[in-house]
Design a protein around this ligand. Structure first.
Ligand SMILES: Nc1ncnc2c1ncn2[C@@H]1O[C@H](COP(=O)(O)OP(=O)(O)O)[C@@H](O)[C@H]1O
Ligand SMILES: O=C(O)[C@H](O)[C@@H](O)[C@H](O)[C@H](O)COP(=O)(O)O
Length: 141
């Protein structure tokens, strides 16, 4: 696998995966489920695919919804923000994960933090886990 070898993923690697995730959100949302998806989705274009799919990406996630429009899911993006130093320190302590911490810089380089009109909240990863969960639960009420 590329990441294990220290090679960052690119759009071609990520887009089919994001399309599959959109399909799952659409399917589970249609059956009335509320879904929590942990996903890197670094660029705005990636989050747009989660939301609407991608019209020119056959065979997945190009199914038109009603009135010929791409089917959109209801999505709240929870942007877990943190400094390079904090996240890098945590990754270096992490054991048995495929991602080498050296790839973190490429992810920071690629990151486009969510901004209006995206539907999002920002929560700092400096906060403790139970506090982060409480903030997210509050936003979902
Ligand atoms: N709020 C937090 N406070 C302290 N440590 C955290 C927090 N969130 C995550 N971590 C640590 O940082 C590591 C990387 O975080 P993350 O990428 O979210 O988790 P995972 O390793 O499950 O993908 C985790 O394995 C965990 O040890
Ligand atoms: O916990 C982590 O270390 C990351 O979430 C890691 O799993 C990575 O982000 C994904 O594999 C997707 O890769 P990209 O961020 O390069 O799309």
């Amino acid at each position: 696998m590329k990441m294990r070898q220290g090679i960052p993923l690119n759009d071609q690697d990520r887009i089919p995966w994001l399309c599959s995730l959109h399909d799952i959100l659409l399917r589970d949302g249609a059956s009335g489920q509320r879904v929590v998806l942990a996903c890197s989705a670094l660029k705005k274009a990636y989050r747009d695919i989660l939301l609407r799919g991608k019209g020119d990406a056959p065979p997945k996630c190009d199914e038109p919804g009603k009135e010929g429009k791409l089917a959109e899911v209801t999505l709240l993006v929870v942007y877990l923000s943190g400094s390079f130093e904090v996240i890098s320190g945590r990754l270096r302590k992490r054991k048995g994960h495929f991602m080498p911490p050296e790839l973190l810089q490429s992810q920071f380089d690629t990151l486009e933090p969510p901004s209006a009109p995206e539907n999002f909240i920002q929560v700092s990863v400096d906060r403790g886990l139970s506090e982060i969960i409480a903030v997210i639960m509050e936003a979902l009420q």
